[in-house]
Design a protein. Structure first.
Length: 206
């Protein structure tokens, strides 16, 4: 009862939520942004990072988000209310409390995330000193911290999605997203932009 009242209070005080698409890098966040755009939701992006072989449909990023932890004045986020913005899981903690957030949090098999990231680094000629085991440990810690925050901080409401499920059943995923956001998005258009051919770096199943 108290939780419901506080939620109503926050909605009155901080108005329409910002829709946040989050997860680990290479986990399917760009796919979700593409779905939201197709469904009719306004997207916050700047187009600085353009489509490439790793993300042929585009990244849907806002460069300014990368400075979220260091930027003292975050009042510009008010302009994102009612729109969708991509924020990787590590930066969720740096979102200010004076907004409501509807978070679409996508999870992907860790081996697939690592394989996708390694291929992206290889194509760019970049290297990392961390092995897969160390990187997986860092990512798992990040996921735990993000999950803890999302469950306990009152500014967040979260819908968790699985990358493979979205690809296998895009219509069902689109309907879940639409219901969670309580909007009238074009579910057919959302499911129509999900391209299963882009599902590379699959985990081996028994």
């Amino acid at each position: 009862m108290l939780a419901a009242l506080y939620k109503s209070y926050r909605r009155i005080r901080y108005r329409e939520p910002i829709v946040v698409v989050s997860g680990l890098p290479r986990s399917g966040t760009s796919m979700l942004m593409k779905m939201l755009e197709a469904g009719g939701l306004k997207i916050v992006q700047d187009g600085v990072r353009t489509a490439d072989e790793d993300n042929p449909r585009g990244y849907y990023e806002l460069e300014r988000i990368k400075d979220l932890a260091r930027e003292p004045d975050k009042a510009w986020l008010r302009e994102a209310r009612g729109k969708a913005i991509k924020v990787i899981s590590y930066l969720l903690k740096d979102l200010p409390e004076d907004h409501n957030y509807n978070v679409l949090f996508i999870r992907r098999e860790m081996s697939e995330v690592l394989a996708s990231q390694n291929k992206m680094l290889e194509r760019r000629g970049e290297t990392t000193t961390l092995g897969d085991e160390q990187m997986a440990e860092l990512f798992e810690t990040d996921l735990w911290r993000a999950g803890y925050l999302l469950k306990r901080a009152p500014q967040f409401e979260v819908l968790e999605l699985d990358y493979r499920d979205v690809l296998d059943k895009p219509k069902a995923a689109a309907e879940r997203i639409n219901a969670f956001l309580d909007r009238k998005l074009d579910v057919d258009a959302m499911s129509g932009v999900v391209d299963k051919q882009l599902y590379r770096n699959r985990a081996q199943t028994g």
